[in-house]
Design a protein around this ligand. Structure first.
Ligand code: OFO
Length: 170
């Protein structure tokens, strides 16, 4: 793999780890708001981001490329409403889609067909990621902060599997 592409892959690992960090921060925010269903949904999202980072790391190992972990940025800690948090998550997903598209373009430009094929999974995944976050944004907009609607949505979002089980007392 060409040096420039190696660097870009490593940068994407950092982006995915930051995504996980940002969503963990949103878990904290929703827990503090007593919106446990929202928190659980975000927890699942954070775990997914970790798997994205791990997928990239495993690929670099497979290609014999050195993985260089950098410091992860500090995420926001609070939002003015659940809608504002989900809007921030949506904006972040669009940014990540842009990063992936650029990485794919670089892989193609570098003549690295294998890397481009590998990245096509992420391109498809981003369509799903944007759609699932946007669905919550649209529902929250419809709810317009009505407590009943928020309560229902909280229950619905809580049904998403958290990806891992976390027992505070274990
Ligand atoms: Fe949310 O898809 Fe990775 O970052």
């Amino acid at each position: 793999m060409k040096a420039e592409l190696q660097k870009a892959f490593n940068a994407q690992i950092n982006e995915e780890l930051f995504s996980a960090y940002l969503y963990v921060s949103m878990v904290n925010y929703f827990e503090e708001q007593n919106l446990k269903g929202f928190a659980s949904w975000m927890q699942a999202q954070a775990v997914e981001e970790l798997t994205h980072a791990q997928k990239l790391i495993a690929y670099l190992h497979e290609r014999g490329v050195a993985v260089k972990l950098e410091a992860i940025g500090k995420p926001e800690a609070t939002w003015k409403s659940p809608l504002a948090a989900f809007e921030a998550a949506y904006k972040h997903e669009c940014y990540i889609s842009d990063c992936i598209n650029k990485l794919y373009a670089l892989a193609t430009k570098s003549g690295d067909a294998a890397a481009a094929i590998f990245l096509s999974w992420f391109i498809t995944e981003q369509v799903e990621e944007e759609a699932s976050v946007d669905e919550v944004v649209q529902t929250l907009k419809l709810a317009q902060g009505a407590p009943g609607a928020l309560f229902m949505l909280n229950r619905e979002l809580g049904a998403r599997s958290p990806g891992i089980t976390i027992a505070p007392s274990a």
